[in-house]
Design a protein around this ligand. Structure first.
Ligand code: HEC
Ligand SMILES: [Cu+2]
Length: 313
């Protein structure tokens, strides 16, 4: 009865989707079977026990032990099958594999924001590698939203001040639709997105080159964006003011005194090292508190930050 599956249900793009559909159709067929059985019996009994003589009486029947046991035990057995089947699927759906790729999802009126382990961020477009389990760690910036992907058969709420999870293993390359399934205000109906399932190599390629918006940006502009979004701004000023770290103003091309008494020329290599291995050389008069950005920035992003710092005359 595959045509029924195709008629009733969206495309299956995960193994889990197949499991959900099997159980759904099992319940559907059982319900259909009993619906037709009960309806047929009603029609049959109406006809079979119609009144034939004017003062005909029904015999006084108080109970039927065998029949009562049957209509208790059979439905009980059926619902127990549904319960254990469903519970098994529920456990599968709630416990992600340990090695899953973790992506952070933030819902806000009315966009989906995704953040990858290497710091790449995208809006409304999620890219995932084919055949790899993915865990979404989700929260909301404002009201309750709900992350719903029909072809993956997954749905969960995003709540402010709390994290919820969803996981899936995409099995079909291509684009799948994402909806917000919790009414969240006037823009709710446009709060959608796309999930692109890419081959592993295409996914890596994309992750290394960054997303489209930042890809098109000139380096210094991207650097300015990263200076804010990666928190450099909390420690480094642009106007010469001393913060937790030295200001970026005019440092390029000048020499800096290090804590070990040596001088260092601030050039591209020095900046690169300062960002990736901040503890390698410490600027005199500062604490070694800068976190490393090793693995958190793509090559292009590092270059962008260097160009941005260079431009601070
Ligand atoms: C928690 C505060 C903090 C953050 C966040 C931070 N830094 Fe730093 N940074 C420092 C401190 C303190 C120093 C000086 C000590 C040292 O050399 O490690 C420093 C030094 C540097 C230097 C060398 C500056 C010089 O005058 O020689 C560069 C370049 C630099 N940081 C770049 C960055 C960039 C780019 C970012 C963001 C991607 C960043 N830092 C984020 C605290 C921070
Ligand atoms: Cu929403």
């Amino acid at each position: 009865m595959n045509w029924l599956r195709e008629l009733l249900l969206p495309e299956q793009a995960t193994v889990y989707a197949g499991q959900v559909d099997d159980l759904f159709l099992f319940i559907f067929y059982i319900s259909a079977f009993f619906f037709f059985l009960v309806t047929a019996l009603i029609v049959f009994f109406v006809w079979r026990y119609r009144r034939r003589a004017p003062n005909e009486r029904t015999p006084k029947i108080t109970h039927n032990f065998k029949l009562e046991v049957a209509w208790t035990v059979i439905p009980l057995a059926i619902v127990m099958v549904i319960f254990f089947w469903g519970f098994h699927g529920y456990l599968d759906a709630t416990v992600p594999p340990r090695d899953a790729l973790e992506i952070r999802v933030t819902g806000k009126r009315w966009v989906w924001q995704f953040e990858y382990p290497n710091g790449t961020r995208t809006l409304n477009e999620l890219r995932v590698p084919l055949g790899k389990p993915v865990t979404l760690i989700m929260t909301s910036d404002d009201v309750i939203h709900s992350f719903y992907v029909p072809s993956f058969r997954i749905k969960a709420d995003l709540l402010p001040d709390r994290y919820t999870r969803l996981w899936f293993t995409p099995e079909k390359e291509g684009t799948h639709v994402l909806f917000c399934a919790e009414y969240c205000g006037t823009g709710h109906s446009v709060m959608g997105g796309k999930i692109h399932v890419l081959s592993e190599s295409k996914y890596r390629d994309w992750l290394e080159r960054g997303d489209e918006t930042t890809q098109a940006m000139p380096l210094p502009e991207l650097g300015a964006l990263l200076y804010q979004s990666r928190g450099c701004a909390t420690c480094h000023s642009l106007d010469g003011r001393r913060g937790q770290g030295p200001s970026f103003k005019g440092i390029f091309g000048h020499t800096q005194r290090m804590a070990d008494g040596k001088d260092a020329l601030v050039d591209e290599n020095y900046l690169r090292e300062s960002i990736l291995q901040p503890q390698a050389r410490i600027v005199e008069g500062y604490q070694p508190i800068m976190p490393t950005f090793q693995g958190l920035l793509t090559e292009r992003e590092i270059q962008a930050l260097i160009e941005f710092i260079k431009a601070q005359k």
